[in-house]
Write a protein that binds this ligand. Structure first.
Ligand code: SER
Length: 320
């Protein structure tokens, strides 16, 4: 049985991935790494937790030893919009955090490391539609710079040390459990909450801004399927394109209107527009499909129905 440490287990993806991994591998075999000195609220009582600051290598080594960890999932990252406000923080957490994880994994002969990447590795010079797996990587954000470097670093550890490092380029991730933290795709989550709470939303990107997106159940599925894939069958490691859906902000609003006809949307682009404009509309994920059988389940309307159902429930209970 694996012994997994999820670093960043309170984040948008980490909080749900930790629960899913506990279902699969047993509560006691999945340690929630948190930055605070208290157990993560949403995960309290469901399994072990440890204070892990990804920038503190000694703390990381201690957690790995304490729990005989053989797999690290590193979800600690500063996302695109926050990264543009504080580029040095993004560099520090995303690069120094990653090298700590990789070094600890190498020294302790870890079985596997999962390090997510992002569509942010692409920049304005990459083809925007069906962006190929192999293309020019010239991102215009610090977040993107760290994700390109992170992919290269992970691949280096595979080649140089034979460490099993894997990663996938997440599109914008949409979910209803934990809010995303500081990305350019956050509007695609906020819009659902505002639709339920107030019936209107002022969107920070233009109506025709189109981006690759994915619903959380598919995000969890893709992450776990890549973790479980036969290493010998993988012809690439840290940079798999994974697609699910691609829609514009206007199409997202239209999908919500099908279920809330009185929903109103307005557009007031801010600095996040430029970030969104530098990213693909959609990605070609045929290598993920071929090498580890990737196939998403949700399209836009199926996601909208599920998001609205879950958020309405929270609203009724007075939780939002
Ligand atoms: N959702 C992320 C962001 O907007 C992209 O990986 O930063």
């Amino acid at each position: 049985m694996r012994k997994i440490l999820v670093i960043g287990s309170t984040g948008q993806i980490g909080s749900e991935l930790t629960v899913r991994l506990r279902e699969l591998y047993g509560n006691e075999n999945v340690v929630a790494g948190v930055l605070e000195d208290r157990p993560p609220e949403k995960l309290d009582g469901t399994g072990p937790w440890e204070r892990v600051d990804v920038l503190d290598r000694r703390e990381l080594i201690a957690s790995v030893k304490n729990h005989s960890i053989d797999t690290i999932v590193n979800m600690a990252a500063i996302l695109s919009a926050t990264g543009e406000k504080n580029p040095m923080l993004a560099w520090d957490v995303n690069m120094n955090g990653l090298i700590n994880v990789l070094e600890v994994a190498r020294e302790s002969k870890m079985k596997q490391v999962l390090v997510p990447s992002s569509i942010a590795v692409f920049g304005p010079s990459a083809p925007a539609r069906d962006t190929p797996q192999e293309t020019v990587l010239k991102p215009s954000t610090m977040y993107g710079v760290t994700k390109v470097a992170g992919e290269l670093l992970g691949d280096y550890y595979v080649k140089r040390y034979g460490l099993d490092v894997r990663g996938l380029r997440y599109p914008g991730i949409i979910s209803h459990v934990t809010m995303p933290g500081g990305g350019a795709t956050d509007y695609a989550v906020a819009i659902y909450y505002e639709a339920v709470k107030t019936g209107r939303y002022n969107c920070f990107v233009n109506e025709d801004t189109r981006l690759p997106m994915m619903y959380m159940p598919d995000c969890l599925k893709s992450t776990i399927e890549l973790m479980q894939a036969d290493f010998g069958r993988l012809r690439r490691h840290c940079d798999f394109n994974v697609g699910a859906m691609s829609f514009s902000a206007g199409e997202l609003a239209a999908s919500i209107k099908k279920y809330i006809p009185e929903f109103e949307i307005s557009y007031k682009p801010d600095s996040r527009q430029e970030i969104a404009d530098s990213w693909p509309d959609s990605v070609d994920d045929s290598e993920a499909r071929e090498q580890w059988g990737w196939k998403p389940d949700y399209d836009l309307d199926a996601m909208t129905r599920d998001m609205l159902r879950a958020i309405r429930e929270k609203h009724k209970k007075g939780l939002i």
